[in-house]
Ligand binder design. Sequence first.
Ligand code: DPP
Ligand code: ZN
Length: 878
Amino acid sequence: PKAIHLKDYAPPPYLIDTVDLTFDLGEEVTRVRSSLQLRANPVRLPDGAPVPLVLDGQELKLVSLAIDGRTLEPAEYAIGPESLTIFDPPAAFALEVETELKPQENTSLEGLYRTSGNFCTQCEAEGFRKITYFLDRPDVMARYRTTITADALKYPVLLSNGNLVAASKMGHDGRHTVTWEDPFAKPCYLFALVAGVLVHVEDSYVTRSGRTVTLRIYVEPGNQDKCDHAMRSLKKSMAWDENVYGLEYDLDIFMIVAVGDFNMGAMENKGLNVFNTKYILARPESATDTDFLGVEAVVAHEYFHNWTGNRVTCRDWFQLSLKEGLTVFRDQEFSSDLNSRPVKRIADVQRLRAAQFPEDSGPMAHPIRPDSYIEINNFYTTTVYEKGAEVVRMIHTLLGAEGYRKGIDLYFERHDGQAVTCDDFVAAMEDATGKDLSQFRRWYSQAGTPELDISGEYDGHGRTYRLTVRQSCPPSPGQPVKQPYHIPLALGLLDPQGADIPLRLKTEDVPKGTSRVLDVTEAEQVFEFADVPAPPVPSLLRGFSAPVKLRMSYTDDDLTFLMANDSDAFNRWEAGQTLGTRLLLGLVEDRAAGRPLELSRGFLDALDKILNDPALDHAFAAQALTLPSEGYLGQQMPVIDVDGIHEVRGFARKAIAAHLRDDLLSTYRALGGNEPFAIDAAIGRRSLKNLALGYLMSLEDAEAVELCVGQFHNAHAMTDVIAALGLLNDTHLPQRDAALARFYETWKNEPLVVDKWFSIQAMSERPETLAEVRSLLNHPAFEIRNPNKVYALIGGFAGGNAVRFHDSSGAGYEFLADQVLTLNGLNPQVASRMVKLFARWRKYDDRRQAFMRAQLERIVGAPNLSPDVFEIASKSLQ
Ligand code: DPP
Ligand code: ZN
């Protein structure tokens, strides 16, 4: 497999103006007739001088080929494994291509495939070439007309992009036909087709300018009653985009189809989004609060793509973050506006740290705009998405809400209907505001997580406070040396009473607020504040104003002070995490040195205060009372001590539970009732209640077990049921197996709930977990062709159970490699996501390194390796 480079980009030699597709869907063979209107691209071929036309195509059988109605002779074209070349086309012409494919045999879930007896497509990034020969690249935008013919009983519902323009009744042959037309030019990755037995729920939305849009969510029969939340989320998204971005929906109908077999979360095809059922179906008794929030966020995300992605799309796949980073930022802000902003910010930063920071310091590190790739599907990463969103957020911070909005308005004014670059986006932001973002652009081209080293110095005589800020960024593959970044550093200074001090830099005449953003642009920079009455405690990187690692020599007392007093809620949480991390890493050292473990009294008291602060939001309190994760602790160690971290964190949880037992019990009892379900502050009550139950269960005393078992049996909301089951699952209590069995019996007909059942067991800390996971592979409900099942069981074990996956026997590694090799032949995208779980192998001790390396080498040496798996495995070994 060969790498493709951004520097080699050239515009397409030909353009396609219109696409007329006819699908004849069959059980054995599906026929696709494609009529394209092509012309030489004036940018590439100014004289119209014809060059060969090379169309992309994979796993297709060519049936016929004609130009302007004339069938081509065999000498006029050539078919390769991934292309169709027409040697000497005219400067403008109609091309007719007929191909055959077998969607029922397509297990990659890319292109046209079957799911539960229905037809469905997934074209991003390069799936359209598995449907027909085409210029499968996003800078070729065309208008589509799609006709679908199929058996009327098996496939009563036939959908494609745009508006329905024709529909026939069933003919003598039992088949029917519909035609859809999409008035907006689009790249082929936004094409979609769905056919099958589906039911829908319908609603409507009146746009700000008074147009009525029909909204439909299509699901398999029996699931109609699980769509309310998705529909409400869709309408909220439409209103939010009008209010915050001034953007309206542009077709008469917006459709969502939910399917059970889907590689990703969802796909923003124009007017016809296709979703993984996980992000549509939700009812309180079968979906958790996290699921509800996930549905809301993903429905919004895909809807928002209609402008950021579809109306303005990417010139090439290196620009993926242009649409994904921006759209993630938009969905994050949407969720923040609907729910609690600090709680959402904390959750997003936790996610960034748990997944993106490791990626950014490992063998797959890449800039949010990568320079090269072997398989683009491997670059739908947390770097492109979540770090990309942080980069847009920093632009928002640097320009302010108003400036940002001016920039966005200019971006759409300039580029509506175009395929553009990240640079075009930044240029619009600059041109609309006059802000120079030239240095800021390094965030797009440099990989790695920058580090900020900050120290403070108080001068009592001059009443000044000097902050010295140093930045650096570790090397990453292909980038040994980094240039300084432009970093927005939001901060405040707290006086000894905990109040914010007005902030005046020495170079300024008057203070500018009590929380402000400094522009850090140099490797080392000093900021001097005047009129500081007493030694302050700085609150740095408020709201996590940049995706960096911060080092500041706080004392433990400084951190408890910030935990109690910082006016920035994010930093109050952060101070607790920093302190917790420091203490737990100290305990890991103590354990390694054979010293007795003891948790600091000051930390316990600080947690006590949080638990008993009636003014605190429940969801925030739950986050603040949660210890840093095992994964995050591991990242702070040069060599990850898997067992040490697991044991020490367990010890700390017990120590906290023992110390706070009475308060945890009373918190649990106060919040513990079965209240009516709602997606509002009740989420926070449930999370604090279940946090309390978790601590109590770490003691495993009779009272805790009784509460937990009681909750499992009596709770109405899945959030509460699953919380109790998850706690029992880590024990060897007799109630554990009974609860798991009962849960399965209750929910065996709900695939999404069965996924939870698989993943809970895969994440059990019990030593026998790997053996159980192996036997679950043979459970009748497990299906390796279904991505959700793989993510739940295999991903749950290898990605969510560090202590068992990294068992020093190496058995977990062999298990994962076996699964990767099986998946490689079925679904390369899913296989590649699983092989990524080996990428951080160099962070472990020699013994584990040797085991993981051996498995990676085994994978790289396997026959018929997909480019997807090859790229990850081979880059991991480099
Ligand atoms: N469907 C994926 C997303 O929305 C890829 N575009 O992020
Ligand atoms: Zn997206």
